[in-house]
Design a protein around this ligand. Structure first.
Ligand SMILES: Cc1cc2nc3c(=O)[nH]c(=O)nc-3n(C[C@H](O)[C@H](O)[C@H](O)COP(=O)(O)OP(=O)(O)OC[C@H]3O[C@@H](n4cnc5c(N)ncnc54)[C@H](O)[C@@H]3O)c2cc1C
Length: 608
């Protein structure tokens, strides 16, 4: 492609802040609130209006061992989370998260989250998968809920609190890439105003990535279109690895063929999965907890029922989520959002009829590796973990790692607020000891970003579009669809060497098409095509990370379920993977099995 555009990053507006939070979901807004409360000059950047961030879609609730419905304590929560993670979660991080949970929920309540109530006035708590009392015995009720719109309530409350404190929010600004100083420390980021296509540098020695998940890498998913893993792409391009990218959660109950989520809350309130014979088949797979086994277990059970011919419908390709035996009041008062979604997208009122469901990509367990303080870490030349000066990550884009190989429902909302607050406290502490010193951006760092931006501007130049030698039939939307299909075929609920290998071999063709594609929108005003191109570069990098990591891991653990290696192999694989974008190679690091106050939980066979 011929070079036509000149973007001069040396001469664009720059604004300076003590700290910049990229992302205005639950993680970003909780962090921003903490920083603003401490009196720092901060900016929050979001590619959508903050309350449209994906946290708004979270339905079922947030976990905390309040013990309002069943006896509970943080140690049981910790055990369940470690077991749910198939022992890949770092036990020190899980311990910290579970210890903080009760205070975090009370704090949210004080911020204004209207949690549902029990008759005695305490916060209502529902049962979710993988929750137990007394280290694996009876079902616990640990998920605090605001009906089935918990994320909506949390996000709006956090947004209101940020407005109260006057946080500066760059709404509908797209963060393109991170800037580094000569010594490798983070020095800022380049953002684009989506309204007019103008670029700006936001300069700060403290950047916190809170850019959410990347479920858009799979064809059928429960995620919003904005979940394109931009923070992961930025970290990879800046030279940092991604951790545990082979682990993607497939939620058992997406609306069949569509993907919208029917929250686990539906089974928590008593919903039952049935096959074409009307059997409540989870009894076979998880005799003790049945429909409330952890998500990886339930998703595999559904896939097996369908594979073995007991699926429902004309193509026998889904199972049914049955809520018809529940009192109407339970569905209408505790699950109103789910009922709405089912009526809107499946044309079915779950009070009257069962809903067709099938596993759908939902959550990314992997992400940017961090320590408990939210500081991004990477292995140095000696293989020791070092922190990246000035770079932090929290929420779904980060891997701290509290979810290991499989996340328990209700633990992500907890993760985002616990570590959002913790990272902000760490930044704040640093700012107390030495106020923000703005570093000069390294020339190479600026040059790399300039080249990337100019490429996409040149791709939309008029002369290029009219060049008949170029393939003008291809477009970003189609390339994205093809990428998603490759990922779904190669890296779905069940995985196998030849399918993953094929996916890996198909990715270079996608890469070549993306490199060559021309954008038909030439304007700078709300150029969503250019935005989609930036996003697709991130999704493609994530696809490489996922397939490479999954192909290498020769075992089945949590959500990574291999037909050709069906057992978990702790001897060889009780370790985190680290994927490097520049070399496309993997390295590994140990799992933390030494919590600070509780005795360690030794890996055991996981039975529900
Ligand atoms: C349908 C659904 C239901 C769920 N229900 C639950 C539940 O009940 N309980 C639970 O614990 N978990 C649940 N989850 C998971 C949980 O909601 C998410 O993991 C969590 O909300 C992610 O929060 P976050 O703050 O990390 O990211 P998000 O809320 O996704 O926010 C990401 C932010 O980053 C911004 N951003 C991204 N890229 C850029 C860029 N390049 N430039 C500028 N800004 C950018 C976006 O604008 C947005 O503001 C659910 C998930 C889904 C999909």
């Amino acid at each position: 492609m011929q070079k036509r555009t000149n973007v001069n990053l040396d001469n664009i507006p720059t604004q300076q802040f003590d700290a910049i939070v990229i992302g205005a979901g639950g993680a970003g807004l909780r962090a921003a609130l903490q920083l603003a409360e401490s009196g720092h000059k901060i900016a929050v950047v979001s590619k959508v209006f903050p309350t449209r961030s994906h946290t708004v879609a979270a339905q079922g609730g947030i976990n905390a061992a309040l013990g309002n419905v069943t006896p509970d304590n943080w140690q049981w929560h910790m055990y369940d989370t470690i077991k749910g993670s198939d022992y890949l979660g770092d036990q020190d991080a899980i311990e910290f998260m579970c210890q903080e949970a009760a205070e975090i929920v009370r704090e949210l309540e004080h911020f204004g989250v209207p949690f549902s109530r029990l008759d005695n006035g305490k916060i209502y708590q529902r049962a979710f998968g993988g929750q137990s009392q007394n280290y694996g015995e009876e079902q616990a009720h640990r998920t605090c809920a605001a009906a089935d719109r918990t994320g909506h309530a949390i996000l709006h409350s956090l947004y209101q609190q940020n407005i109260r404190l006057g946080s500066t929010i760059f709404e509908e600004y797209y963060s393109v890439d991170l800037l580094k100083a000569k010594d490798g420390a983070i020095s800022g980021c380049v953002v684009m105003n989506i309204h007019n296509g103008e670029y700006q540098i936001l300069q700060s020695p403290n950047i916190l990535l809170a850019t959410g998940g990347a479920g858009q890498v799979f064809r059928t998913n429960t995620n919003a279109g904005i979940n394109t893993g931009d923070g992961l792409g930025m970290a990879l391009r800046a030279g940092y690895p991604l951790q545990d990218m082979e682990f993607w959660q497939f939620h058992p109950t997406g609306i069949a063929g569509k993907g919208m989520l029917m929250s686990e809350a539906a089974r928590g309130e008593g919903g039952v999965l049935r096959n074409a014979l009307g059997e409540a088949f989870m009894e076979k797979y998880a005799p003790h907890v049945k429909d409330l086994a952890s998500r990886d277990v339930v998703s595999r059970a559904i896939a097996v029922e369908v594979q073995e011919g007991r699926g429902c419908g004309p193509n026998k390709d889904y199972v049914l989520l049955d809520l018809t035996h529940l009192e109407d009041k339970v569905v209408k008062e505790r699950l109103p959002g789910i009922r709405d979604i089912s009526i809107t997208f499946a044309g079915i009122d779950p009070v009257e009829q069962s809903v067709p469901v099938f596993p759908t990509c939902h959550y990314m367990m992997g992400g940017i590796p961090t320590n408990i303080n939210g500081q991004v870490i990477y292995p140095n030349a000696q293989g020791q973990q070092e922190t990246v000066t000035g770079l932090y990550a929290v929420g779904e884009c980060a891997c701290v790692s509290v979810h290991g190989a499989n996340r328990l429902g209700g633990n992500s909302l907890l993760d985002i607020v616990v570590f959002g607050r913790k990272a902000a406290l760490t930044i704040s502490e640093n700012l107390k000891s030495h106020s923000a010193v703005h570093l000069e951006h390294d020339k190479d760092s600026l040059e790399q970003i300039r080249t990337r931006i100019e490429h996409w501007h040149d791709s939309s130049a008029k002369e290029q579009t009219n060049n008949s030698e170029q393939n003008t039939s291809d477009n970003v939307t189609q390339i994205k669809k093809d990428l998603q299909a490759i990922m779904e075929r190669g890296c779905g609920v069940f995985r196998e060497h030849s399918l993953m290998q094929k996916a890996l071999e198909e990715l270079p063709a996608i890469e070549a098409r993306l490199q060559e594609v021309q954008l038909s929108d030439q304007s700078d005003i709300f150029n969503l095509e250019r935005l989609a191109a930036f996003e697709l570069e991130n999704l493609l990098a994530i696809a490489y990370a996922t397939v490479t990591s999954a192909l290498a891991r020769q075992e089945s653990r949590g959500a990574h379920s291999r037909i050709d290696f069906q057992e978990r192999d702790d001897q060889a694989w009780l370790k985190h993977s680290l994927y490097c974008h520049q070399t496309r190679q993997l390295s590994y690091k140990t799992v933390n099995l030494t919590p600070k106050t509780h005795k360690p939980f030794e890996p055991k066979k996981r039975v529900y």
